[in-house]
Design a protein around this ligand. Structure first.
Ligand code: G6P
Length: 468
């Protein structure tokens, strides 16, 4: 059997403490690799002035986790700069926040070339290579230049906007156009896939009978929708156990019988946290009967803390949290518990199970695994309610069971919160069942299998012309 070589910026190297890396990518890739043999290559998360020529390797089961350090200039230009100040905002439809600098693009290209150099040394001819996320778009191009004809797939964990928005990215042809060097490019939703299909069409890729296969410069690239799932059964089990730990019981006791609303998001402007807090405020103001009967726990680990837009968001949220507690709180009631800690996945599973309502209300999100994990963590006899943004990728699968909201409408979200808090048991069960049926059918194993299966068939034509 061929090995699977996974490449991504972050690598969730197993750690003794068991604290999971924040973000859906690490969770999904880890689960996809667990029953396979292979290598996961990426950045160690460390900055060094003289990075070693050789990755640091950790062996665990049949997986080798191989990581390299980056130099300060790489970290600034590639990670903080092009990936997180240009690609991230534009792909999340926030062209207004993008800050393009040529030096950052050079850093992005430089790090992708460096990754290709390292990965090139690991690859054997029948390995299958699976590259993840926006940090690594041109990687296949540099591997092809080094003569690797392996099957190479790419999966984008975040949204793909329409071509009219991509046009705002200077030199987009060099970056997004280079995705044509993969054999398969996967997206979270059909609408992301179709946006990219329209982009490829504007670049002269000729679709034949199958609208998802493009001939570009003599190569065939296939595009597809592969919504990321979770380890549904294992997570439900984890939540059952975690719900009984002293830690989670203590948390529940501290609520003194009040209902619990929960929000769990990495600190990011795409998550719509300010809009959500406005809605909570509106609920407390317009439905005063809920004052002192509900607590909102917003758990928000920080990342990308050197990027100015994140510094700004951090300040804003701390201020907003203080304002809500100052306005509505009492000596014996803190309406909003705003926490910047990273919790273990078990603790989160327990918190989800303890919660009556989850607010997952991003302005734009590739998938959002919190929505799925919250649903899976519920007690089927007495489940909580998911309030979900129509702009999360998860909406395509969970709209039958969640209360759907538009995060730009404060009153609508406040009304959904109230409805969720008041929802009778029968309706909660019915909604939960509908979500569980989807989550069991489309779990993480199904995601990984279907992507790898679609990547396998050898349909590569000879390269006849250069692709940007
Ligand atoms: C999102 C991205 C991931 C990223 C994660 C955490 O889930 O899709 O690629 O790893 O956020 O962000 P960070 O910048 O800390 O890696």
């Amino acid at each position: 059997m061929s090995r699977l070589i996974v490449v991504s910026n972050r690598v969730a190297v197993p750690q003794a403490g068991g604290k999971a890396a924040a973000g859906g990518l690490a969770v999904a890739v880890n689960a996809a690799l667990k029953d396979r043999s292979g290598v996961w290559f990426g950045w160690s998360g460390r900055i060094t002035e003289e990075p070693s020529d050789r990755p640091v390797v950790t062996n665990r089961n049949r997986i080798k986790y191989a990581v390299i350090d980056l130099k300060e200039a790489d970290f600034q230009e590639y990670y903080n700069g092009f990936a997180n100040r240009v690609l991230w905002p534009i792909l999340h439809y926030r062209v207004d926040l993008a800050e393009f600098q040529r030096a950052d693009l050079s850093g992005y290209v430089r790090v992708n070339r460096l990754f290709a150099e390292h990965v090139s040394k690991i690859i054997q001819p029948d390995d299958v290579i699976w590259v993840h996320d926006y940090h690594m778009m041109p990687l296949a191009k540099y591997l092809r230049e080094r003569g690797h004809a392996n099957r190479i797939g790419f999966f984008l964990h975040i949204p793909m906007p329409p071509p009219e928005l991509i046009a705002a990215l200077p030199r987009h042809g060099e970056i997004l156009g280079s995705l044509a060097h993969y054999d398969l490019v996967g997206f979270q939703t059909e609408s992301d896939r179709d946006n990219f299909g329209r982009y490829l069409s504007t670049r002269g890729g000729q679709a034949g009978a199958d609208p998802n296969i493009f001939d570009i410069a003599g190569r065939q690239v296939r595009i597809g929708a592969f919504p990321v799932g979770i380890e549904t059964e294992a997570f439900a089990r984890r939540a059952r156990h975690a719900g009984r730990t002293n830690y989670v019981r203590g948390f529940r006791r501290s609520l003194a019988g009040r209902k619990l609303i929960i929000g769990v998001d990495r600190l990011d402007y795409s998550k719509g946290i300010p809009h959500r807090l406005e809605a909570y405020e509106a609920l407390l103001r317009t439905s005063p009967e809920w004052q002192d009967r509900v607590t909102f726990a917003q758990i928000t680990p920080k990342s990308r803390i050197e990027v100015p837009e994140y510094i700004e968001m951090d300040r804003f949220l701390s201020h907003k949290a203080g304002q809500i507690n100052g306005t509505f709180g009492d000596v014996s009631w803190t309406p909003l518990r705003y926490v910047n800690k990273t919790y273990s996945r078990s603790a989160l599973a327990g918190f989800y199970r303890a919660a009556d309502v989850a607010m997952v209300t991003p302005l734009r999100d590739g998938m959002n695994l919190v929505a799925k994990e919250f649903a899976a963590a519920q007690d089927p006899e007495n489940p909580g309610v998911l309030v979900l943004s129509q702009f999360a990728g998860a909406a395509a699968e969970l709209s039958g069971g969640a209360l759907m909201v538009n995060p730009h409408e404060t009153e609508g979200m406040a009304a959904a919160l109230k409805r969720a808090l008041d929802m009778p048991l029968d309706e909660r069960r019915e909604r939960h069942e509908r979500m569980m049926a989807v989550l069991l059918r489309q779990d993480i194993d199904q995601w990984a299998e279907s992507f790898i299966e679609a990547l396998m068939p050898p349909a590569v034509k000879p390269v006849t012309a250069a692709i940007p």
